[in-house]
Design a protein around this ligand. Sequence first.
Ligand SMILES: NC(=O)c1ccc[n+]([C@@H]2O[C@H](COP(=O)([O-])OP(=O)(O)OC[C@H]3O[C@@H](n4cnc5c(N)ncnc54)[C@H](OP(=O)(O)O)[C@@H]3O)[C@@H](O)[C@H]2O)c1
Length: 307
Amino acid sequence: MTPRAVNPGARVLVVGGGYSGERFARAAAARGAQVWLTRRQARPVAEAEPAAQTLHWLHFDSGAAAIPALPEQLSHVLITLPPDAIGSDAALEHLLTPLRHQPLRWLGYLSTTGVYGDSQGAWVDEHSPTQPTLPRSQARLQCEQRWLGSGLPVQSFRLPAIYGPGRCPFEQLRNGQARLVHKPGQVFCRIHVDDIVGALLHAADQPEGRRPSVINVSDDAPCPSSETLGYAAHLLGCKLPELRHFEAIAPEMSPMALSFWADNRRVSNRLLCSELGYRLRYPSYREGFAASLREEQARSTVVMESG
Ligand SMILES: NC(=O)c1ccc[n+]([C@@H]2O[C@H](COP(=O)([O-])OP(=O)(O)OC[C@H]3O[C@@H](n4cnc5c(N)ncnc54)[C@H](OP(=O)(O)O)[C@@H]3O)[C@@H](O)[C@H]2O)c1
């Protein structure tokens, strides 16, 4: 068995303790590591947390020029910040220099599969050309390349749509805001947040010579969004909205919503799962949605009981 690199001796910084960042931080703390996370607002200390798994929150907001003094002797760093509106990466701008003074063994960068652009439904892997179509994916590719060329021990993890508890279509189905859209031939790829965490820890645990610089983290089941919405409705036991054809509904969509339909690709996870031996916890949205719904329901029970 590979020895764990993120272990009680590790000192971990997560730049951007958002959805994926906080989940990663909690997993690292559960392995006994000391963990710091950044966010833009101050956060109260959660009293119910076991002391050994307490997360240390730092204030980092590039917009407010709030740059934290970094903890010393960091061994592992995860960067989750997206490029900002003008395409620059706040972590690169403000933290790269102080990070160079740390004894880092691993730096994970969360990127997107948008860097591959539109393959018209064909499979892409880490050797495929990067031809991003969307401006935000073009900016992302530039940020990713700067991290990879930084001289730090960087691995970039290219992610498709992230889902998990609180990020499934259950709420939209319940409140009537879900849209069932058919666009012939269009598929989407996705990944459960706990498989991002699992893949990051698995990659960090590999010996230095066995760490590819770029890894796709995607599940086994690219498919139309109408299929995943159908399954979510099945789990809830609720009705699906009326099916709309993409051409008919496109004029009603926001530019952001439309941009999600611009690229069509299937992202291969062969490097992660076959070559590096990572076993997905949620190979498809079926197990992933069911687990997410259970976790959402468990949380709302706790909130109701303590309320
Ligand atoms: N969501 C998806 O489906 C998807 C798909 C592919 C790739 N990605 C990428 O994967 C990464 C993780 O996604 P996520 O959904 O977990 O992200 P998220 O929840 O939005 O978290 C992003 C984190 O970055 C911090 N941040 C953003 N701009 C900042 C700035 N200017 N200064 C300081 N901190 C800043 C946020 O701070 P606050 O906590 O204060 O907000 C937050 O902690 C992101 O880069 C995202 O673009 C996401």
